[in-house]
Design a protein around this ligand. Sequence first.
Ligand code: NAD
Length: 250
Amino acid sequence: MAKMYLSGKVGVVTGASRGIGRAVAKALAASGADVMINYVSRAEDALAVAAEIESMGRRAVLFQADVSRPDEANNLIENALSSFGRLDILVNNAGITRDALLLRMKDEDWDAVVNVNLRGAFNCTRAAARPMVKARWGRIINISSVIGLMGNAGQANYAAAKAGLIGFTKAAARELGPRNITVNAVAPGFIRTEMTAGLPEGVKERLSERIILGRLGEPEEVAEVVVFLAGDAARYITGQVLSVDGGMVL
Ligand code: NAD
């Protein structure tokens, strides 16, 4: 068989049971990688993703972990290493929203969103960087958001976490670049997943009006960019933020 773009590589995708994470896990596998599928709940969805990946002839291993907890994130990465014997690609995709206007935002809403979206990425990156430094090769891709670039009323917590993730990406890129590890962020726009399905109609309309290409994005359209960043074609790209948003933020 012809060598595929990610042949022989192993990727960990956080929050891979649905939405963008699921599309990323499947796209990595379709490009030849074996994949560790992290999930926090809904084991049956994660099992379905694993079955799809195995039907492509790739290995998939499931691991339940709340990435906002350092011990669980460490276990996730250790398990990937013991299951596959290596770790080449980390996709920090796990994310949540807890929307509220600033004046009404509860401490718990702030903490939950920052802990999953930002701290989760830190926890997993810190754990994964060790084996990548040893191997002198690694790809870390953080799923930020256009909201981290432009802000959004009702999402101060999410905007701060996603903007924080961009700063984190740049700092990590500087630290890890000398070891041949690239760190980039992808900033999706308005993508059709469960996260956006729950938005109030008015908000959906307001966001849609800003999309130059005139439609919502699909998870697969984000996943293809992640695959590109994970492979050899992107070897000279680091510390960047790639918007995949149909032209929402220019
Ligand atoms: P989603 O709600 O469908 O999926 C989120 C995934 O993260 C789920 O699998 C969930 O179980 C997992 N997750 C949540 N908390 C977790 C935790 N503590 N530990 C491990 N996993 C956890 O949403 P999605 O739209 O697929 O979002 C994926 C990523 O893309 C998120 O980081 C989100 O912020 C980002 N994003 C989404 C959009 C969009 O329009 N959908 C736009 C920009 C950015």
